[in-house]
Every structure is written in structure tokens, then in C-alpha cells.
Design a protein around this ligand. Sequence first.
Ligand code: SF4
Length: 407
Amino acid sequence: MKTLLQLNTNTNKTPTLPVTEIEHTAFCKTEDELPAQPLQDELKINIRWQEIPIEYLKLTVEELDKRIARARLSLGDRLMILGHHYQRDEVIKYADVRGDSYLLSKSAATNSKADYVVFCGVHFMAETARILASDHQTIILPNITAGCSMADMAPTDDVLDAWDDLMGILEDQSIVPVTYMNSTAEIKALCGRNGGIVCTSSNAEDVFKWAFQKGNRILFLPDQHLGRNTGLKMGIPKESMIVWNPFKRMGGHSEEEYNKARVILWRGHCAVHTRFTVGQIEMARQRFPDIRVIVHPECTSEVVDASDINGSTEVIIREIEQASSGSTWAVGTEISLVNRLAKENPDKNIFCLDPVVCPCSTMYRIHPAYLAWVVEALVNGVVVNEIKVEPEIAEHARIALKSMLSV
Ligand code: SF4
């Protein structure tokens, strides 16, 4: 799947920006509600999603709703729908299980009754479900172009080059590759093959501790912010964490700097979470002096420092659900989840930290028309958009995932 757009530069390689990242701004709005429109209307803003049979383009959300419900009823226990917290309301309402990427992949692995697992999330999540699920299960991603701009920032060839370069220059040869769940199966496999591990935003600190028992330094992929925030929580000074820039020769640092580093951070980020700023936090505090600010650790370290609490999606949900009635919260995470938290906690004042709201454009690609398409196809005995992972890649990625489970 080609998702990279070339940009001009004078550096050794041509920097690329995932087109999925550029698309993030296409859906930005100042109103915080983003009700689904018939697919043909959403496509008018000139975005390129997977082609779909024409009949699904025109259906209203109500018509789609009836058709998804009918197909689901007919498939019964053979179908399990997994929904990531960042999915639209019109899609998440069908989820048998809601959760973050890790919890959903584990659900796929533990519910072997379902022959078909329709993963309403993004590509790396469906791949992880494929790796962990039973062989008889078929994993389906409703819109095959639903990728993740962060995962796209760590292409396999660039990471393999960086790994070889680092092995060539590190005097002690001591480095443990750690990848965030938000990465391709190939990157997870690279970790599994080289004594490394996968982490989530909930267990990153424990995974870092595990890795430091095995080696002197970590290569952290692909999100520099989660890596830096985790290192800072563990007391690693900022200057001991350097960024590997894949567009610069040798990642942009000297051999001496890599030998001194404790954490080498891949130059990746999340387009959704890096929109939050310290200025937004200051504004929110001026408006509501008693406000609590909670952000995801994919935000910059400056934003994490200025917040009251930072944590994974599951932590954000738990903190807000358990908060006292009447409390006010500014939340730095994806807008579909923030809106849902506001609806489900009407006794609290909950809003998004960023007044201009931009949904994750790739999560947003799971329009209910795609869900209707894949479940109706299953009723007719046709599998659309099956996710497969090559056996060798799956085997090594599974090693890195199982290491995480043992932490
Ligand atoms: S919110 Fe960020 S990390 Fe998550 S899927 Fe979207 S782009 Fe990727």
C-alpha cells in the first residue's frame, strides 16, 4: 500500500510525509460533533479511500444501520466486531468489544468461537489480531486504506538500515529494539528477531525496565514522544535520549553520541496527539481554574509536563469515569473518544483541549458503509479485505508480543 508523499530536501534521503498525515487536516472542524454523512458526501472533500460497490455510496446512515444490524443478526456468534475507542459512534455502536489496540487484539485471541473478526480500527491493529488469533479465524479490516500515519513513519527498509548502522557503530553492541504496538508486523518481527519487545502506552515503563535488564540502551520505534515521555518518567535525562532521523546520514548524530545515548528515539509521531499545545492548556486553565487536564503520552513532553495526568486511552477513560460529579476536564486525545466521554458522563464538563477538532483521519476511514459492505459480503459467503501476515513475520512478531505479555 503506497502512502508516502515525497517532499523536497537537501538531505541524503528524500524526506517523506505519510499522506495519511496530510489528510488529518481535511476533517478539522470547530464544531465538536462529526455526524456521519452518506459516504459519497464525505468523499467530496477529495480524499481517496478504498473503492466500494456503488450501492453503498448513496445509503443514508439510517439505511446502513438497518443493513449492518440485519447482517449481524444473520451471522450470530460466527461474527465478532471489535471497535477501537477512536471509532465514530455510528460504528462503535456495533462493537462486541470496545478497547485500545492491545485489549482488542487479545479479545480476538481469546474468543476463538468467532470465525470472522471484523476489526474496526486501523491496519496495524488488525495485523496484530491476525498474529494472535487462531488459525481458523479470518480477520477483516472494513476499509483496507485505514492505516496509521505514525506506523507509516517507520518503513521496514529504513528501520533495517538504521539497525545495521547502529550495530556497526555501537562499541558494546548492546541495544534492545522496542516497538510501540502502533507499528507494522514487520517492525514487530524485527524486534522479535533481535531480542526485543513490543509495548503499549499502558506498559511502556515496565517494558523499558525489562529492556534495560537485557541491554545498555533502547532503540524505540516509531513514536519519539511516547519513548521520550517514558524515559523521562524513569529519570533518564533528555540529553541521553537522541532522535534517529531516517532522512539524515547516520540518523543525524555522531558515533560518539550514539554510544553515549540510553534511548535512541525513532523520528515518528502521531498527527492527532501532537496538535495539543501548552498554550491550549494555559487557556483552559484560565477559563476554568479548577480544571483537570488529562493527555495521552503520544503528546509532546512539554504538553505532558503541563498536564495534570497523562496515560493511555484506558487510563483516560477510567480517570474520567471515576472523577467526581461536577468536575471539569480538558482532554488531549482523539475527538471521537472525547465526545463519547462527554456524552457518557453528563454530570461532568468534558471537552477537547484543542478548540479545532481533527479526528484521526485513518480511524475515520471506517465509515459505516464499509462495515455494511464487509458484513453483508460475509452473509453471502464472500470475505472482503482479509488481513494476512506472512508466517515468518508472524512468528517473530509473536515472539516480541509474547515477551510483552511476560512483563
Ligand atoms: S490516533 Fe495517531 S497513532 Fe492512533 S491510529 Fe491515528 S494516527 Fe495512528
